[in-house]
Design a protein around this ligand. Sequence first.
Ligand code: HT7
Ligand code: ZN
Length: 896
Amino acid sequence: PSVTKRGDYTPPAYLVETVDLRFDLDDTGVATRVSSRLVMNRNEKAPGGTVPLVLNGDKEMSLVAGSLKLDGVALPADAYTVDSSGLSVASVPTGKDFVIESTVEIAPSSNKALEGLYMSGGNYCTQCEAEGFRRITFYPDRPDVMAVYTTTITADKELFPVLLSNGNCVENGDLDGGRHYVKYEDPFKKSSYLFAVVAGRLVSLDDEFVTCSGKKVTLRVWVRDGDVPKCTHAMAALKSAMKWDEDQYGREYDLDIYQILVVDDFNMGAMENRSLNVFNSKYVLASPETATDSDYNGISGVIAHEYFHNYSGNRVTCRSWFELTLKEGLTVFRDQCAAAEGPGAWTPPVVKRISDVTRLRSSQFPQDAGPMAHPIRPESYVEINNFYTATVYEKGAAVVRMSRTLLGKEGFRRGAELYFERHDGQAVTCDDWMKALVDANPDGPDMTQFMLWYSQAGTPVLTIGTAYDAAARTLTLNVEQTVPATPGQPTKEPMHIPLATGLVGPDGAPVPVDVEGTPAAYTVVLSVRKAKESFVLRGVPEGTVPSLLRDFSAPVKLVREGGVDRQEVAFLMANDTDDFNRWEAAQTLGMDVILEYVNTRESDSSASFEPLSDAVIEAFRKTLRDEKTDPSLRARVMVLPDEGYVAEQVTVADPLLIHEARDSVKKQLATALRADLEAVAVANAAATAGEYKIDPASQGARALKNVCLQYLAALGETATLDACLETVRTGSNMTDVLAALGVLSNSPDCPQREAALSEFYAKWKNDYLVMVSWLRIQAMASRPDALTAVKALMKHEAFDITNPNNVYSVVGGYAMANPVGFHSPPSGEGYIWLADVVLQLDKNNPQVAARMVSAFTRWRKYNSSRQETMKAQLERIRGTKGLSNDVFEICDKSLA
Ligand code: HT7
Ligand code: ZN
């Protein structure tokens, strides 16, 4: 497969002024005709000379004989060539507009890759990002070709009463033979990846948003019959997002209508097609009986994300796919802020921040430390679909956040507004983004070194030592940064790292940070720029404890010279005024005791483990009893670091030992804190009883109650199992029901487990999304026999291998979120099974297959026998004939 390189970018040789598309949809999706009429011209900004006109196209598209025309005249067979990647016309007019027309035939019903035009639940829909448009028609399918689109759709009126595309409906009517048609015009230029077409039997929830200038916008969410009542939360979230973008970035919605189509078959979460988003049903449909708090929050987040793309992505887009983080990193940052601070916020800001950081550390840090490590702006790719990564999205958002930290909120907003105005209607680069930020802040910091965040991969490690001078009352922070080598980048330059720092005095009260060059404040952002650097903090009382990297001010690993001081960490856990760092302190403490267990048992499997010290137990007890602190934060503080995150801290990971260690710590805490856990569970159950509400207080109470339940369940008592079964049977909301079902699913065989799983199935088997959760909960069950269960689930009537959500639940839940299940089978049967499944998936849906094969990328983290089997599977997959580029690239890079 060929490699595309960022450095090889050249502007498009030809531009498209207008696109006129006509879709003749057949009843079953076996023979759909797509006709296109492109008005094009030579790009004056491209290198001169005669160049053929190249239009991308897919091998599954067949050009209708005689349909290819230039300026109205059919092209003879020797005037063009068609191959598996597209169509090339040797000679086209220069110096004037010319018109290219073509008609192709495609078969959407056999499109299981879910890219281009495909069918879901009997309806037609599209997914064009990144390169799906070329599966619909011949076109220069790259984001820097922006054109005005007109789309006409014809279809059977009874089968497909609703026909949609981007922009406004300007015409519609009936045709002979029971067919009908609609014509849409999208007034603004857009890239082809934002194109969408929908046809189906659908109903809508309608609403309206009045913009800041008083314009009325029609809002419409399209679903299958019966699902309208489940769209109200999504609709409210959409309105909150529209308001947020007006208030925070001065962005007013620019069209008269905003529509969302909901489908069950979708490779990702959603797609921001201009004025016609397509959403995975998981990120729209919700009712208290069927959706958890986390589902509700996910809906708010994804709805906001896609809406925000209207400016950060659609009006201003990427010059090439290498710039993907320009729209994705910025939009993730925007959705994170809206969910933390906006009118639709459902958790306290700190809890949202904790979720975002946890996600970054559990998904992006491992990527940055493995063979797929790449900068947020990658230098090359084989398959662009493989670069919709945690690095581009999550680390990209962290980089945007750091620029805001360095420029200040006001300066950042000025820069963002300048960017949106300066580049409206353009396809630009990350450099253009940074230039707008800098130009809007002439007195701001020099951001040249900061740009290394765009080009250097790897998570920087900050090692910080402290030295206190009692006579001078100074605390010196000695900071050393290293950026690890990553594939293709053996050496690195020091980065510009904002280190937000505070001080907690010996009495627990905050102490101002007074450092040369910055006004004293309770939190000061130190700019770390060198490999080694010291900062002298003045006027510091003896016994003061530094609170470092507050609010996770940079995506780095923080290491304290000399190791973890548990007393200091417990002190911060109880006293830090930065709530994020109170949680971080608990994570550090939890990690330290888990690692102590792992290290002890690793060298001697029969060694006895030192029981948890009173200090550790008391730190957690204080959290449980601390009624002044928000329950949702207390819930997060109580959760020990997850097994995947622990695995990242050790050189050779033994997933079973890590599980044993975490379990042991949890059991010890549960034993020691039993009375507190029971009391807090009862108090918070009362707080959330009655009608289901998703406000922060209700969510917090449920979260804390369910964390207590999970601790108590670690004691394995029958009474807890009975209580869980009772909740599964009678619980009034899905948050509590799934928490209880999760406990039972993770338990060893028992009647309560069996009853809960089967009764739950009987009750919910007709609800697709609830079944997705039911499948996942079983695939993730931390039990050595998980593979047997997963094999059975794949044969279950609730499972469909062509449905990505099903695959992510069962295959992903097992291979990526169940370390015990995946790594238990003694001869690596789990690995062999996964490889078989990947090969099966790849035949239908390479994107989904590539996501699943990623479970092997960290194979070097394990012991030699595990390594051997995983490596053999990667080699077997890579050597398979007919493999997609998607899966090939992941395997090949993993093996390099
Ligand atoms: N911008 C969207 C990306 C996306 C996508 C990419 C590749 C293949 C399928 C896809 N579906 C959606 C989603 C987003 O980030 O908002
Ligand atoms: Zn996005």
